[in-house]
Design a protein around this ligand. Structure first.
Ligand code: CAA
Length: 397
């Protein structure tokens, strides 16, 4: 039995900041953010957007684009590190907003940016084991990345959600059963204390932890996959594309250089545009979305690559600080690229409104109190966070 992605959906906030303008405001050369980090724009959520509304919008797109009625969903998992409650999962709100059935397993997973991959792997096992019985799993990665104004991490913020419909009828990507390599280690590279909305990070150490985890997971993948995928030359040339977790574009470049060096490539940057370039088009306009970053990069590859990827193998590397990482692979299905292109993801990003730097700073300050915001009507007809009443979050749908 095959298992993989039948549909995908993306949601991003309606506003963004231009990184070159942020650099000027911080007294930094724009080249540091745009070329040095590889980020052009980053999404900024307004007061009526949170992890729940982003997740619900992405999930609705995934269901609608696959033509899947809500009653076919038998499992809903939201991977996030931006929870809205210590107890009630984001997934329960999403279930309510989308009208998913009651005979559905609903919960949240957490392990920094790896939380969504943990959920995806669980869903694939659920399908392979036959427990799905023809029903589908909805896996949603939704996060708001925050480091705070004036911190080194500030230009690597972002917000957004990616939803994936997982089933035994994959029309986008079939994930290769058993071909995964895992690496985990207790490290203190990035964390988000319960008392803080902003993440704390040991920035340069986190880069090293990511690269160590990549080496470990890639080695474990090769052991698990054996001689497959077969081929001559460098191991990573057996993939048509490599999709890395993207906290910022330059991290993918560092990752690729590391992986090719492990392969014995003496010119490790030469293959970057060919194997990685298309996966960074959308992430460079969105910023870090934590759990969803690698899946946004996968959507970017399918949406923007000019190569015909049909039947070709893609390597995926997911990294969650703290840490847990996984390297796994999938094969692109016929028509997958046309299906993802028809979602109009680049147009979605174009329709956002730019915030000036003072406007962005005001939004950041307002979000510090967002969990206690009194209920008031939010404009628009889409899913909106309206505030809290009697300590309960209220959403417009
Ligand atoms: N023009 C072009 N490039 C320039 C430049 C200029 N004028 N000025 C500087 N640069 C380059 C630097 O050479 C450097 O490139 P290299 O890394 O290739 O050497 C790059 O810009 C960044 O410069 P610095 O290293 O000096 O930047 P920094 O110390 O201010 O911060 C950071 C960088 C550590 C990544 C920081 O943004 C940060 O802490 N980010 C959050 C943590 C993070 O994303 N970690 C990634 C791994 S962990 C993970 O992946 C999980 C997750 O999602 C968080």
């Amino acid at each position: 039995m095959q298992a993989g992605l039948e549909g995908i959906g993306i949601a991003v906030p309606t506003t963004y900041v231009e990184l070159s303008e942020l650099a000027v405001a911080r007294g930094v050369a724009p080249g540091k953010y745009v070329e040095g980090l590889g980020v052009t724009r980053m999404c900024v959520p307004l007061e009526d957007e949170d992890t729940v509304t982003l997740a619900a919008r992405a999930a609705r797109m995934a269901l609608q684009s696959a033509g899947c009625p809500p009653e076919q969903v038998g499992m809903l998992v939201v991977g996030t590190e931006t929870a809205v409650d210590h107890s009630k999962p984001v997934a329960s709100y999403v279930q309510g907003l989308l009208g998913l059935p009651t005979n559905c397993r609903v919960f949240e997973t957490k392990h920094a940016c790896y939380g969504g991959t943990a959920a995806l792997q669980m869903a694939l096992d659920w399908v392979h084991a036959g427990s799905a019985k023809g029903r589908k799993a909805l896996i949603v990665c939704s996060d708001i990345a925050r480091y705070g104004i004036g911190t080194p991490g500030e230009p690597t913020q972002g917000a957004g959600a990616v939803a994936m419909l997982v089933s035994d009828q994959p029309r986008l990507v079939v994930f290769e059963k058993g071909k995964t390599g895992v690496y985990s280690k207790d490290v203190m590279d990035f964390w988000r204390p319960l008392y803080s909305k902003d993440a704390l990070v040991d920035g340069h150490y986190s880069v090293q932890c990511y690269l160590d985890a990549l080496a470990g997971a890639y080695r474990a993948y090769q052991e698990a996959a054996g001689e497959e995928p077969a081929g001559e030359g460098l191991y990573s040339d057996r993939f048509a594309a490599l999709v890395y977790h993207v906290p910022y574009g330059k991290m993918s470049r560092k990752a690729h250089r590391h992986l090719r060096t492990l392969d014995g490539d003496t010119d490790p940057d030469a293959s970057f545009d060919r194997l990685v370039g298309s996966s960074l088009v959308l992430p460079s306009q969105v910023g870090n979305i934590y759990t969803g970053s690698m899946y946004m990069a996968l959507a970017s590859l399918l949406s923007t690559s000019r190569e015909d990827l049909t039947g070709r193998r893609v390597g995926l590397f997911s990294y969650g600080s703290g840490s847990c990482a996984e390297f796994f692979s999938g094969v692109v299905r016929p028509e997958a690229q046309a299906r993802v292109r028809s979602l109009g993801l680049e147009g979605l990003l174009e329709r956002r409104r730019k915030l000036s730097i003072p406007e962005y700073e005001e939004v950041m300050r307002a979000r510090e109190r967002i969990d206690e915001k009194p209920v008031r009507d939010a404009p628009g007809t889409d899913f909106r966070y309206q505030g809290t009443r009697d300590h309960k979050r209220v959403y417009a749908s």
